[in-house]
Design a protein around this ligand. Structure first.
Ligand code: 4AD
Ligand code: MG
Length: 458
């Protein structure tokens, strides 16, 4: 059998890695089997009947296919039984693969046999009618089976694959960062403390400090893993557990960091547009009655997401705010969701804001030599009010200044001795950033809440 490229742009290693029995076919591959009798194994997604026909919508994770059970083709017992299968029972359908009469590129099964592998023990709680988000969140383990959640997770997968491909193809080395850590990287107010054999340890907020050590060993590195923040605020952009990818590069400055960030984000968006159009179309159906044009606008923003991105300083961002309704905005303020929305609305693609007041920023940032009150940092804001998706910048390379910063931030010095070693033994300019996967998925999918972007949100 010839190898076909997978939908993520890389050749599949083997056509039958899971060793499925003969003539069992995944729904996504039905196009290769027109005119053959195959078996599809999955779950009953939906069902309707009209006289001599039952239409069973079967899903198997790779797609959904309509199996047509025609009274004249099956035994009377089977025809009656097919009408009584409950939604989400696991079933196997054997049938002839045909191209759909009306919709080109769509296939259906002319059913010859339908077997119930396991009926449902009770009525499936998620029916096609509208449910509230709280109810759906309580049933997240089942909600994942729905078309919309399926589409979001497939986009998430494509984004993560693009993240890895980008760094792997650009000579970065993957260095995994630990989850238990003695260090507070992003401030002590959002730490989850655990008991590590009698000593406190924190769930990591960021792998950055470890990537700085790794950059001295490998030059260009990245980590990708779960990170944790005990966020006090419940917003549509914050999770307690989220996934972050963090590149760090030796001898890169802030300007280089911005170029890396814009090329990286452009690459991710282009990959999604290339491989996940169908999934985006599923998401386009989300109702926004007050704004019927939003999806067209959203897709245009995605198409536009090409480097270079506009760059503005923090001070220019304050000006934008003052001129756009935030009359009391002043230098020294941090930006919340509303401010980020106002700023991003001025641009047709992501925007980079750089050089924030150092007092607003974490201890590790380098100061701008031209104005030591400013950090050599940058944030990338997604368009359409999705807010900050990337944060990063140049790190303080000077040992004495870093020691003072640790003291000023009232961080426990002992926990950072190893980190100071990076400055003691061959200090070097370096920079990096972190991109939050969930906020990126949320923006690309056009979602209103970040909780739908991760399989099991916390
Ligand atoms: O801006 P942050 O806090 O930066 C860091 O953690 C740096 N140490 C990264 C680095 O330079 N290596 O977080 C980076 C990104 C944010 O831009 C956002 O996308 C995401 O992580 N993020 C969150 N996503 C979901 N829920 C939260 N509570 C998040 N906090 C940050
Ligand atoms: Mg940030």
């Amino acid at each position: 059998m010839s190898q076909t490229p997978s939908d993520l742009g890389t050749p599949s290693t083997s056509p039958s890695v899971t060793a499925a029995p003969a003539n069992v076919v995944s729904i996504a591959k039905l196009a290769d089997h027109v005119g053959e009798t195959v078996r599809v194994r999955g779950w009953l997604y939906n069902k309707r009947s009209s006289g001599k026909l039952h239409f069973l919508e079967v899903r198997d994770g790779s797609g959904i296919v309509q199996a047509v059970v025609f009274k004249g083709n099956v035994s009377p017992e089977l025809f009656t039984a097919a009408d009584h299968i409950q939604q989400e029972s696991s079933i196997e359908v054997e049938g002839l693969v045909k191209e759909h009469g009306k919709i080109k590129g769509t296939y259906e099964l002319d059913a010859k046999d339908v077997k119930v592998v396991a009926p449902t023990a009770r009525e499936y709680p998620i029916s096609p009618k509208e449910h509230g988000t709280d109810f759906l969140m309580d049933h997240r383990h089942l909600w994942l089976r729905s078309k919309r959640q399926h589409a979001i997770m497939r986009v998430r997968h494509a984004i993560i694959k693009a993240v890895r491909d980008f760094f792997d193809e650009n000579d970065f080395t993957l260095v995994d960062a630990p989850i238990f850590t003695p260090n507070a990287c992003e401030g002590t107010s959002t730490l989850f403390q655990t008991d590590y054999h009698g000593d406190p340890a924190y769930l990591t907020q960021s792998g950055q400090l470890y990537m700085e050590a790794a950059a001295a060993a490998f030059g260009k590195v990245y980590c990708f893993g779960p990170t944790f923040r005990a966020e006090k605020s419940k917003t549509r952009r914050h999770l307690a557990e989220f996934w972050m990818v963090e590149p760090e590069v030796a001898y890169m400055d802030l300007a280089g960091d911005m170029v890396l960030a814009e090329n990286f984000l452009s690459f991710i968006v282009a990959r999604v547009l290339e491989t996940r159009r169908k999934e985006l179309e599923v998401l386009a159906t989300e109702k926004r009655p007050d704004d019927p044009e939003w999806w067209t606008r959203h897709m245009k923003m995605l198409e536009n997401c090409k480097a270079p991105f506009p760059r503005i300083t923090y001070h220019e961002a304050i000006d934008i705010l003052q001129k756009n309704g935030h009359t009391d905005a002043k230098v020294g303020d941090d930006f919340g969701g509303d401010e980020e929305t106002t700023i991003s609305k001025q641009f047709d693609r992501p925007v980079i804001i750089h050089r924030y007041p150092i007092d607003l920023k974490a201890f590790y940032f380098a100061r701008d030599p031209a104005n030591p009150k400013l950090a050599l940092n940058m944030d990338v804001l997604a368009p359409e009010g999705y807010g900050e998706i990337i944060g990063g910048g140049e790190r303080e390379a000077d040992l004495a200044r870093l020691e003072s910063a640790i003291a000023e931030h009232k961080l426990p010095r002992e926990a950072f001795e190893w980190y100071l070693d990076i400055r003691r033994y061959g200090s070097f300019p370096h920079a990096g950033f972190g991109l939050g996967i969930e906020r990126t998925v949320s923006w690309i999918c056009g979602l209103s809440h970040v909780r739908e972007t991760i399989p099991f949100p916390r």
